[in-house]
Design a protein around this ligand. Structure first.
Ligand code: CIZ
Length: 328
């Protein structure tokens, strides 16, 4: 196994990764929250579900997911016969970590009449214990398809859960108390100050942000939704309240527009850089292709149980309208 200390610092990463991608018939995926060089090397850049679906549609033998572990797991659940690699197996997610399957099972057991609607940001084990998986793009529409009197458990993000509760008017939703460490960093006070400095700027925010941030948003939506909003909007300046590496895609798709990362309490945006996504580097991407490791492995019984709520989501998503361009 080659390690980082064996590497020649003068190596041409791009050329080497390109060579290995062809040699191994690999497809490289990069989440919007990865840094620019990783996004630019990838075959597909997108959100976790979209990337996993696109990889499943290819004929690649190897899927390399530059993202966090649960995303690699989604790719493996959808493509069990492929080798799924991640540059760093320690790239986790605060939402996943705060929702351990043994506690989630107890939560379910305490609410036997509730349907477990679970955000995709969770482990394969938690998916396997859930009834329906949702993403931030389809959560509202899927919950609206459930009978109004159906009690729901929503995990693991309580900010997204509260947002959906407000949007759908459902009082019968019990929320797991998890949160994303990066979306919780944004400061309402600093955002107010920034808005006063840029009165024409529109605020686009992810629903994993606390309500105090969403109150200032002109648009609230998933990564894909935010990207679509800033691309299609006639406005020129946007304050972006999600992981700031997505701005790389925005600048590529709409050159000339101005994107300002939403600030943390100290007025800077660096607080919102995801430390887990930042674990992935070009060197680790190269190494995982050379070593064919780290691999995502999921026990087959867990994978098949996790596939059921994912499949339900895919079936319930077919009728979803395009992203709305209004905050709610
Ligand atoms: O599912 C994803 O990729 C995440 C983490 C968020 C989103 O809004 O797309």
């Amino acid at each position: 196994m080659i390690t980082e200390s064996d590497l020649d610092p003068a190596l041409d990463w791009r050329a080497e990764i390109e060579r290995l991608r062809l040699q191994k018939n690999a497809v490289i995926l990069a989440h919007y929250y990865q840094d620019g060089p990783l996004q630019d090397l990838a075959d597909f850049v997108g959100d976790s579900l979209d990337l996993s679906r696109r990889a499943a549609e290819t004929k690649a033998d190897v899927i390399v997911f530059c993202g966090v572990r649960f995303m690699g797991e989604v790719a493996k659940i959808l493509s069990p016969d492929r080798l799924v690699l991640v540059p760093d197996l320690d790239a986790g997610c605060s939402l996943e970590e705060a929702c351990r399957p043994e506690y989630f099972k107890k939560f379910r057991d305490k609410h036997p009449d509730h349907l477990a609607v679970t955000y995709i940001n969770c482990s394969a084990d938690v998916k396997a214990l859930s009834d329906i998986i949702v993403t931030s793009s389809n959560a509202e529409s899927i919950i609206n398809q459930l009978p109004a009197d159906q009690p729901i458990l929503f995990a693991p993000d309580h900010h997204l859960g509260s947002f959906i509760k407000r949007r759908t008017g459902r009082d019968n939703m019990v929320l797991w108390p998890g949160a994303c460490i990066i979306h919780e960093q944004f400061s309402e006070q600093a955002l107010k100050t920034l808005k006063s400095l840029h009165p024409d700027a529109k605020v686009a925010a992810h629903p994993e942000c606390p309500e105090g941030i969403l109150l200032y948003a002109d648009y609230v939506g998933s990564t894909r939704g935010i990207l679509q909003y800033v691309t299609e909007s006639p406005e020129q300046t946007f304050i972006i309240a999600t992981e700031p590496h997505i701005i790389h895609q925005m600048e590529k798709r709409t050159p000339g527009k101005t994107f300002i990362p939403a600030p943390g309490a100290d007025g800077s945006c660096t607080c919102a850089i995801c430390p887990h996504m930042a674990k992935n580097t070009l060197a680790k991407l190269y190494l995982c292709l050379v070593n064919e490791n780290p691999r995502i492995e999921i026990a087959e019984d867990v994978r098949t149980r996790a596939m059921i709520p994912l499949q339900r989501m895919l079936e319930m998503s077919t009728a979803i309208p395009k992203a709305r361009h209004a905050a709610g």
